[in-house]
Design a protein. Structure first.
Length: 117
């Protein structure tokens, strides 16, 4: 799985029958600090994500087509979750990041306690 941000949606009037009724999203994979990682890609939505949401992305064909409820469908990427918060242990990466890219209240609270000591 990867972390990504939904940066757009696509409309396809002609597509494989298994894609009918499914939302197609343009997602930008992200590093833990929220910076772009590689190029944007197309993924089928299984959780009603919207533009601007941070999401969980799978790029394994089996995981992708089972996430949207099909067997043997031509899908190689799917959005399988909407991220509410990312928290990384101190010393193992960046501070906790909110979906909007800002610090979460939890991380800000911890930082405030450190500054008072």
């Amino acid at each position: 799985m990867q972390i990504a941000r939904v940066v757009g949606a696509l409309t396809a009037t002609r597509k494989h029958p298994t894609h009918e009724g499914k939302k197609i999203l343009l997602v930008q994979p992200l590093d833990l600090d929220g910076s772009d990682r590689g190029n944007p890609m197309v993924a089928l939505d299984s959780v009603q994500a919207g533009i601007g949401d941070k999401v969980l992305l799978v790029q394994d064909g089996y995981a992708a087509f089972t996430a949207v409820g099909y067997k043997q469908a031509p899908i190689d990427a799917a959005v399988i979750g909407v991220i509410d918060e990312i928290e990384v242990l101190p010393g193992l990466g960046p501070k906790a990041i909110a979906p909007d890219g800002g610090e979460t209240p939890t991380a800000a609270k911890k930082q405030h306690k450190k500054n008072r000591s």
